[in-house]
Design a protein around this ligand. Structure first.
Ligand SMILES: NC(=O)c1ccc[n+]([C@@H]2O[C@H](COP(=O)([O-])OP(=O)(O)OC[C@H]3O[C@@H](n4cnc5c(N)ncnc54)[C@H](O)[C@@H]3O)[C@@H](O)[C@H]2O)c1
Length: 460
């Protein structure tokens, strides 16, 4: 860490009145409702869309709120739907989310969208158009332009929203955010984010190629609706549904898109970032050298760099944020600020003018050097439930922390990385207001997709 003149630490919290300042001017901010808590006696009528995988976890969390009625559930896989129906026996069941939104439009107040990334936008935007509050899994959408459109739609509709970064409600992440807002480690110059999760490559970061021939989808799976907005591919077992869709550009958003919102979240909130000036990416050589892999799958290793303009909480020269996954690790001298051996596989570390802050994902933040900060008191707080915070906001309680007007610009930033991955080693200057790369317009085609015929009723 470079030693420089320590500036006096700032202790300043973000109040609701100042919250508008956290959103880029091109996205109007919806402040939502701020009150003492969920109004007693009120109930939220909720529908869950996607109830297998993470959806099962989401369903349990919504169900566990004492003021929630799960009215309806939906899944394209009849087996997953059946398992979920056993958890919420009173809920009506659907295989097609369009039918759910139509038939239940007068019976539900909110939905959660927990399907693969390529269909987040179409489902969430229809729910918002129907006036429903929306909890949407991370990353908010598959593409940058989708995020922008969904964020604007949510703000216009004035609905309550929450991005599915549930760790944001834990003491760990909230402590990190608070310490950054208090400026304990001074002005931040550099942040290193990483996800070097062992086993992830084998589990669901497939290399490809697709099998030469597809198979008839199993009877319990509606492959047409599963595919939704994406190009129709012949069904093949074990490589798309469930979980492994992440590997493919059609459906997933790569390693950084998958985990990036989680790791970025406390950094984004703590520094109140708005939008980067530029992005560039380095990728693993074997993917770079393979036209087949570049056309279809995501790399198994990425290193992304964003530059941000200076702000109140950053170094006067601005902020650099780097992301590392797979075979790319934060530099050894940075990991050594904590411990190279024990460095958390998923974490962020922020280098400031007065020290450094390590925020392990799902762990306890550490101020560095530890000897300097050993007497620093941790904030007195309890874990919260991210899902319950959303429900409480829908029921007239305090606003959510991961509302789309804040988490949308963060997701756009994460997804800019997925654009840069496809044009590696190229600095892309970002004109956020106009969704353009002025110095490299060829890359703008990766900001949006064309939807498959029949799924293109909403233009992005
Ligand atoms: N917040 C987290 O920690 C976390 C963890 C895992 C996954 N996720 C996110 O949750 C989403 C789902 O991921 P997953 O790992 O559970 O995937 P998955 O493939 O394991 O499960 C997806 C579920 O949605 C169903 N489904 C797919 N398309 C559907 C559609 N169009 N309509 C209704 N149901 C549909 C599938 O049948 C399955 O039950 C992704 O966006 C992912 O990024 C978040």
């Amino acid at each position: 860490m470079k030693k420089n003149a320590y500036s006096p630490s700032r202790r300043k919290f973000l109040g609701n009145a100042a919250a508008a300042a956290i959103t880029p001017p091109f996205i109007l901010r919806s402040l939502g409702s701020f009150g003492p808590g969920a109004q007693p006696g009120k109930r939220l009528r909720h529908a869950s869309i996607g109830v297998g995988g993470m959806g099962a976890h989401d369903l349990q969390n919504f169900k566990s709120h004492p003021q929630v009625d799960i009215v309806a559930i939906c899944d394209v896989d009849a087996g997953h739907l059946k398992s979920a129906a056993a958890v919420v026996p009173g809920a009506r069941t659907y295989r097609d989310w369009r039918e759910l939104l139509e038939k239940e439009k007068d019976n539900i107040d909110s939905v959660n969208v927990t399907v693969p990334d390529h269909n987040h936008f179409i489902i969430a935007s229809h729910a918002i158009a129907a006036g429903k509050h929306v909890y949407c899994q991370k990353p908010l959408c598959h593409d940058v332009a989708e995020v922008r459109a969904l964020t604007r739609a949510a703000v216009r509709a004035g609905v309550v929203t929450q991005l599915g970064t549930q760790v944001a409600a834990t003491v760990g992440d909230r402590t990190g955010v608070q310490w950054l807002r208090e400026g304990i480690v001074g002005k931040i110059k550099h942040a290193y984010l990483c996800s070097n999760r062992p086993g992830a490559v084998e589990a669901y970061r497939l290399v490809g190629p697709r099998p030469a021939k597809g198979e008839t989808p199993p009877a319990e799976l509606n492959w047409e609706i599963w595919t939704g907005t994406a190009p129709m591919r012949p069904y093949a077992p074990g490589i798309y549904h469930p979980t492994k869709w992440r590997a493919w550009q059609d459906f997933g958003t790569g390693w950084s898109g998958d985990i990036g919102c989680h790791i970025f979240d406390p950094v984004w909130k703590g520094l109140e970032l708005k939008t980067p000036l530029s992005v560039t990416a380095e990728v693993q050589q074997s993917w770079r050298d393979s036209p087949a892999r570049r056309g279809d799958t995501w790399p198994q290793s990425n290193h992304i760099t964003w530059k941000f303009p200076p702000s109140e909480r950053t170094d006067p020269g601005g902020l650099t944020v780097e992301w590392f996954d797979g075979e790319f690790y934060p530099p050894e001298e940075i990991r050594a600020l904590y411990s190279v051996e024990k460095y958390p596989a998923e974490s962020s570390i922020l280098i400031g003018s007065e020290g450094a802050l390590l925020i392990p994902h799902q762990g306890t933040p550490v101020l560095l050097p530890e000897s300097k900060f050993k007497d620093h008191k941790r904030p007195d707080m309890q874990d919260q439930n991210h899902y319950h915070n959303f429900v409480n906001a829908c029921l007239g309680g305090p606003g959510t922390e991961s509302f789309f007007a804040r988490s949308g610009p963060m997701t756009e930033t994460v997804l800019l990385g997925t654009v840069a991955i496809r044009v590696p080693d190229t600095l892309l200057e970002w004109d956020a207001e106009h969704l353009k790369f002025p110095n490299h317009p060829e890359a703008e085609k990766y900001l949006r997709r064309s939807y498959r015929h029949g799924w293109d009723d909403i233009k992005v």
